[in-house]
Design a protein around this ligand. Sequence first.
Ligand code: SF4
Length: 193
Amino acid sequence: MARPVQYNVKNEGGKPIQIVEGPQGYGGEGFFTARLSDVVGLARKNSLWPLPFATSCCGIEFMATMASHYDLARFGAERVGFSPRQCDLLMVMGTIAKKMGPVLRQVYLQMAEPRWVLSMGACASSGGIFDTYSVLQGIDQIIPVDVYVPGCPPRPEAVLDGFMKIQELVGNESIRRRNGEQYKALMESYGIQ
Ligand code: SF4
């Protein structure tokens, strides 16, 4: 007898659950057209490769986010890597000492475009409670940041929320943005060619 498998197939309203929403476009029988930016954005946002740059306690919270209960892999970000050239999402978590600043910047520079940055927790975002001579008062002093996640430490739910904000940015980004004047000006403001 066939098993009545129906979990995770329909929602409460009886409609089929969509795994991923498709891009807007025009379709008919056997064809579908959409903007290239939307299709590329859809692929990019569901296959982000995070590079965790963890220096202290927020890193432990990130481990909880990766573990089975919260499971960042559900968002297509299963492949956490430590080689900057293959990753496209730099997740900075923890207190960044000024000594560490050049290292973080170098990791960012080694990542290929397009790349995004998520700053997790008070320390990475603003120095947190460490208002001292030795701690960087926010990583946005040395590299551009796309999304800040507040908290000390942020709970995994907050990290997931920040990650989904990144996905939103990635999905809606034009494929021309990185060649635009505005983006070049942003990079130049950080002394990056
Ligand atoms: S924000 Fe709080 S939990 Fe995160 S690294 Fe700083 S002190 Fe630790």
